[in-house]
Design a protein around this ligand. Structure first.
Ligand SMILES: [Zn+2]
Length: 293
């Protein structure tokens, strides 16, 4: 069984008294482009490394992360799990796949399980799109970057949906049906537990299946209200984060942008069956049509 790991570590490295000075300095030096620094280990098969750069190029063109004064560069550390943590001196014991951080700043961790090469698992590529999406999400929303919003079913639901849309679009493979089918009955009966990681662990959200399901229901409801499919995805996967929500105001922002109240939406979920097949997007939905209209 494959698992996605998302370890989100936020370190507050400056105090209130020094933050003003810090911001001024950083403001002046915000670069015009977001930069990635690649640390791609030789333990990875060359086929994967080649594809990694292809995927990064596609993603950087599709959804360029906007450089911000709080976030304008990101090192990526990738290696094969058959090697023992080759970047230990930079990122310590980090493992799995995540956007994490230490006192030096944020970085992307891509430890690709050896088995995924043996079995040609699509996850070896989809995980790149998933983590890249989080980078983009952090460039859209400072509150998400700062860890001021958890809202797992939207934050992970959108990342895991983006991941599947990417695979469907670029590899003509339905990753929703391959890896995101374990939708728990709580996704329709007790959806608020998916707002937090610690109330929706274990078998409740395997590979974020339940979060993806809830996210896809939202796109279906937006279409019922008259939006195009691409427009519904744009609103949910992109524009919601531009509202820069927090744990304390996201319900207000949700209703503003989607015109559906959160209690109303949770109630609507009860009218669905917890089956990913009942909410799948069109197989010909293209990321370009979502982002470029
Ligand atoms: Zn994630």
């Amino acid at each position: 069984m494959r698992k996605l790991y998302f370890i989100f570590i936020v370190l507050l490295i400056f105090s209130c008294s020094s933050s003003e000075n810090n911001e001024e300095v950083v403001d002046d030096s915000t670069p015009s482009e977001f930069t990635f620094e690649y640390n791609i280990h030789s333990s990875l098969p060359s086929e994967w490394t080649t594809e990694f750069y292809v995927i990064m190029d596609v993603l950087k063109k599709l959804i360029p992360s906007e450089p911000k004064n709080y976030f304008s560069k990101l090192p990526i550390y990738a290696w094969n799990s058959n090697t023992d943590k080759p970047y230990k001196d930079k990122i310590g014991d980090a493992s799995g796949a995540s956007i994490s951080g230490n006192s030096e700043g944020r970085y992307m961790v891509l430890e690709i399980p050896e088995d995924e090469f043996k079995f040609n698992a699509m996850h070896r590529y989809s995980v790149i799109a998933h983590e890249y999406y989080h980078v983009y999400q952090m460039s859209l929303s400072k509150n998400f970057f700062d860890g001021n919003i958890e809202l797992k079913w939207m934050s992970e639901g959108s990342a895991a949906t983006f991941e599947s849309l990417y695979i469907q679009d670029k590899y003509s493979f339905n990753y929703f049906k391959d890896a995101q089918t374990s939708v728990h009955s709580d996704a329709i009966n007790n959806p608020s537990i998916f707002e937090k990681f610690n109330t929706s662990g274990g078998d409740k959200d395997i590979n974020y299946s339940s979060s993806v399901f809830m996210f896809l229901v939202l796109t279906k409801e937006l279409q019922k209200n008259g939006m195009t499919e691409a427009g519904a995805f744009k609103l949910a996967i992109n524009d919601f984060w531009l509202k820069d929500p927090t744990d304390s105001n996201w319900k207000v922002k949700f209703e503003e942008i989607f015109n559906i109240s959160v209690p109303g939406f949770y109630n609507i979920l009860k009218s669905y069956t917890n089956d990913i097949n009942s909410v799948l997007p069109s197989e010909n939905l293209k990321l370009d049509s979502i982002y470029k209209g």
